[in-house]
Design a protein around this ligand. Structure first.
Ligand code: HEM
Length: 167
């Protein structure tokens, strides 16, 4: 019998700790936490430049909706933008190991400054961030491998070296 895949509900793994939190509390805490993050004001240009094409308010809105959804709140992100598809959505950016560590440091600092998130939830949120950040690093490495393979598979024309350089 053919399975009706399209009707199957995709269940996202949820980060338990904040699930019990009152909904408004969750919304407020995540919002404040994201506003505390210094990702967009990093002193390193290589890191900051990744965010230079996004408006800070829009970026915060995306992350806010995604985190609320993942932490047991309503599916705000998917209702507005569809499946999070984080690897695909991070495809334009070089999410290297170094970038991940830097991003995580900003998140840790923002959590340290968040007074209304309890310690246990902070630990679980950081575990979730670290897990996802290195999932994105793996996605980035796969992307680079595929790009190299495509380049290697392109057969160079044997006369190319003799052609005059194009202006
Ligand atoms: C590992 C280092 C990371 C880097 C360098 C990075 C960088 C970025 C950049 C440049 C954007 C586009 C600007 C924006 O809309 O915010 C973005 C979007 C986003 N990131 Fe990350 N990110 C990282 C990790 C993560 C992690 C771990 C998560 C989730 C736990 C995450 C969730 C998101 C979401 C939900 C968006 C919005 C996607 C969209 O709707 O277009 N990111 N990220």
């Amino acid at each position: 019998m053919e399975r009706r895949r399209s009707n199957r509900r995709v269940r996202h793994r949820r980060v338990q700790p904040v699930r019990e939190a009152r909904s408004s509390m969750l919304h407020q805490s995540i919002h404040q936490f994201l506003h505390q993050s210094r990702v967009y004001d990093d002193e390193e240009e290589w890191f900051r430049s990744m965010f230079s094409n996004s408006k800070k308010e829009d970026a915060i809105q995306n992350q806010y909706e995604f985190f609320v959804q993942r932490m047991g709140g309503p599916p705000l992100y998917s209702q507005r933008k569809g499946h999070p598809a984080l690897i695909g959505r991070h495809r334009p950016f070089p999410v290297t190991h170094e970038a991940a560590e830097r991003w995580l440091r900003h998140m840790q600092n923002a959590l340290d400054d968040s007074l209304d998130i309890d310690q246990d939830s902070k630990v679980k949120m950081m575990n979730f961030f670290r897990h996802t950040a290195f999932f994105l690093v793996a996605g980035n490495e796969l992307k680079n491998q595929n790009q190299n393979q495509t380049q290697n598979n392109q057969v160079a024309c044997k006369h190319a070296a003799n052609k005059p350089a194009e202006e």
